[in-house]
Each structure stands twice: as C-alpha cells, then as structure tokens.
Ligand binder design. Sequence first.
Ligand SMILES: [Zn+2]
Length: 273
Amino acid sequence: MQRVIDSHVHLSERRDDALFPFAKKNRLQYNLGELLGSMRRFKVGRGLLLSPPLEQGTILPNSEVIKLCKRSGGMLAPVITVEPSAKEVKAAVRLAEEIKSDVKGFKVRLGYVKASADNSVFGPLYDYAESEGLPVLFHTGDTAFSNGELSRSHPLTLDGLANKREELIMVLCHFGNPWFEDAAELIYKHANVYADISGLITGGAYAEEYAGWLARKISEAIYYAAGADKVLFGTDYPVSKHSDVLALVKRLQVDERDKEKILCRNAARVFHL
Ligand SMILES: [Zn+2]
C-alpha cells in the first residue's frame, strides 16, 4: 500500500494556540517533532498543514504555516486559510502564486467567520482555485467552540456553490458532523465534492460507543454514495490522533480497496501528491 496522506493537520508551536485544550485531552505535546514522529510511526507520508485558530479569535498567519512546512523536510505541505475580506482574499491568491509549487489548497472557516461559502467576497478565490485545480477545504458541521454559527457550517449551505461552480474542487471537512447523510448526498450528487473524516474523535464519555457510531455513519454514507472515491483520511491533529483515526478506518464496513482509497489514493489524486 502507498503511504497514508493526512489531509487535515494543524500546528503553530505558539502558547496562544486555541487548540491546546484538544492536545491536552489527547495527551499530545502538539509540536513539530511530535507530529513528524507520529507520522513516521503510523506510516503517514504526507500531511496538509492548515492554520490553527489563536485564542484572540484570529488565526496563525499563513506565512508561519509555510515556515513550519519548510522545517518538516517535505512531510507537510501548506493549505492557505482565507478569511472573508477582499484584502484577505487578494493576499491569499498572491501568496498562492508565490509558493505555486508547494501550495495544495485553500481553507475557508465556515461557522467561525461572518460569511457563508457563497458570499461574493470569495469569488476571486474560487476563480483562482478553479483555474489552478486547487481544492478549497470548508469547515463543515460542529464548531470547536460554542460561539460558532452552525447555520453557516451546515453541509447543505455548499450545495448552491457546488451547482454554480462545477469546476471547483470542494472538500467538506469533518464530513459535516453530525450531518453525515447531508454530506453523503453532496458527495453523491456533485462530482466535484469530497469529504474528510478528520477531527471526529475527541474522546470523553462513551468514547467506544461513539467510535462505533461514527464507523457506522461513515460506512453508511459510503454505501449511499455508492463508493469511497470521495472520502479522505485526516486527523485534524491535535483534535484527533493518528492512532484513533486509523482505528476508525479499520472499523469501517467497506472492502480493503476502499480503505486504501480513503487512506491515500483519493488524496493523492485530489491534491496532486
Ligand atoms: Zn481543522
């Protein structure tokens, strides 16, 4: 089997990183050395690095994400996070042009920012992403903090955009959790829509039952979509650990070929790795 590709990783090495509570819960140190060590241990060859949120409600600058990728010796590749303002969209496109051979996609933080996916502010970003064949990752479903807006992160909010832009490759992060069936309908209906299984496992009470529930939901979504060609492995490190998400894939009631697609083949195709 090819090496696993993790489509969704965060890191900052800053003390004001808002994902630290998740790292603590998972007993992770949440630093580059640990991340690369865990990737090697679990045979994860590549990871896509996304900016984490900071405590002030802002995000780690994309330039810092690029620096961390450089330090990873080729194991991490950057995804540029884009906030909803004309200035930020312009800066993101300019940055993508500058690092053209390295950039693997864009990320829009639905539910955390005051804009929906079809907001016209993102128009130039989608034009550029389409022309370069770069996927746009969208946060969908449950938000990590209680002040998120689910009315903007529900997977069905992306149906209109997928209709309008059939050339835009879209990834629904976290499979729209808990709206797995809605996400399944989107990946079934639209040739250009994918979903990742990152950040779903967070521990806590009934962790074992919940892992079983997740495995059933994702398996059923794959039956509904008539295959696993649109499903991507991801951890959302430090929200979920490599070991836990790999165990989730193992539990899926699908054949081995489909598991291989989820773990590496689909991401290799979508992100040109
Ligand atoms: Zn994430």
